[in-house]
Design a protein around this ligand. Structure first.
Ligand SMILES: Nc1ncnc2c1ncn2[C@@H]1O[C@H](COP(=O)(O)OP(=O)(O)OP(=O)(O)O)[C@@H](O)[C@H]1O
Ligand SMILES: [Mg+2]
Length: 225
C-alpha cells in the first residue's frame, strides 16, 4: 500500500516571539491508501491545528506534509487552490457554510465550480442529502437550520466530489446519536466502497468509531503517541 499522507516532524507555533503559543510540536505519522484514521485528543491538544496544516488552510512553522507524493507546504497560488478543490474534502469544526447560499447551494458549490452539469449536480446533491436525512432543509439558509443540520450539510459538501482524502474535524460533535450513526455510516461507505482515505478527529473514544478505524493516533500535550 502506498502512503497517501506523510506528516514529517511538523511544528506549529502561533503568535510572535514575545507571545508564542506552541500548538503542535514534532508530530510524524504516515497514512496509507484507504485507511480510516482516528485522531483523538483533549480540547486544546492541537487537533484542529494539525488538520488546518494538512488541508493547507494554515502553514506549518517547520516540517513537511506530503500528500500523494507532493510536498503541500511548498504549494502556492493556483496549484494550491487546485489541490484543495480536487483532492481534499474538509469538514470544519465550525462548519463554515456560506450564509448567503442555501443548504443545496452550499453542497453543490464544489461541483458548480467544476462545471458539472446541473442535472448531474442535482442527482448527486439529492443522493447525499437523502443518506444524511437533510432532504427537507435543502432550500433553507444556514441561519434557518440547527447545528446538527449544519454539520450534515457541511459533511455533504465535503464528500460530494468523492475526494481521495477527507479531513473531518469532530464531524459528529453537534449530532444526536442517530444522526451521528448515519454520518459515520456514510463515511464508512465512502472509505470502503469508494476507497477514500479518512482522517477523523474526535475528543472522546466511541465504540462505533473504533470498530471502523484502521488505527488511532492520540494527541497529548501537542505530541503524538
Ligand atoms: N489562531 C491561534 N492563535 C493562537 N493560538 C491558537 C490559535 N489557534 C489555536 N491556538 C492554540 O493552539 C492550541 C491547539 O488548539 P487547537 O484548536 O488545535 O486544539 P483542538 O485539539 O482542536 O481543541 P478542540 O478539541 O477544543 O477543538 C491551543 O492551546 C489553542 O489555544
Ligand atoms: Mg478543534
Amino acid at each position: 500500500m502506498s502512503n497517501v499522507l506523510e506528516v514529517k516532524n511538523i511544528e506549529k507555533y502561533y503568535g510572535n516571539k514575545s507571545n508564542l503559543t506552541k500548538a503542535i510540536s514534532g508530530i510524524s505519522f504516515n497514512v496509507s491508501d484507504k485507511e480510516f484514521v482516528g485522531i483523538m485528543g483533549a480540547s486544546g491538544s492541537g487537533k484542529t491545528t494539525l488538520l488546518n496544516c494538512i488541508s493547507t488552510i494554515d502553514r506549518v512553522t517547520a516540517g513537511q506534509i506530503i500528500i500523494n507524493g507532493k510536498d503541500i507546504t511548498k504549494l502556492r497560488g493556483n496549484s494550491l487552490n487546485k489541490f484543495r478543490r480536487e483532492e481534499l474534502g474538509f469538514i470544519f469544526q465550525d462548519f463554515n457554510l456560506l450564509d448567503t447560499l442555501t443548504a443545496y447551494e452550499n453542497i453543490a458549490l464544489a461541483l458548480t465550480i467544476q462545471k458539472v452539469k446541473a442535472k448531474e449536480i442535482d442527482k448527486r446533491v439529492r443522493e447525499v442529502a437523502e443518506k444524511l436525512d437533510i432532504t427537507d432543509i435543502l432550500d433553507k439558509y444556514p441561519y434557518q437550520i440547527s447545528g446538527g443540520q449544519k454539520q450534515r450539510v457541511a459533511s455533504s459538501r465535503a464528500i460530494i466530489t468523492n475526494p481521495k482524502l477527507v479531513l473531518a474535524d469532530e464531524p459528529t460533535g453537534a449530532l444526536d446519536s442517530k444522526s451521528a450513526r448515519q454520518l459515520l455510516e456514510t463515511f464508512e461507505n465512502l472509505n470502503q466502497k469508494l476507497g477514500a482515505t479518512i482522517l477523523w478527529l474526535h475528543m472522546m473514544p466511541s465504540q462505533q468509531v473504533m470498530q471502523i478505524e484502521s488505527f488511532l493516533l492520540k494527541m497529548e500535550k501537542f505530541l503524538m503517541s
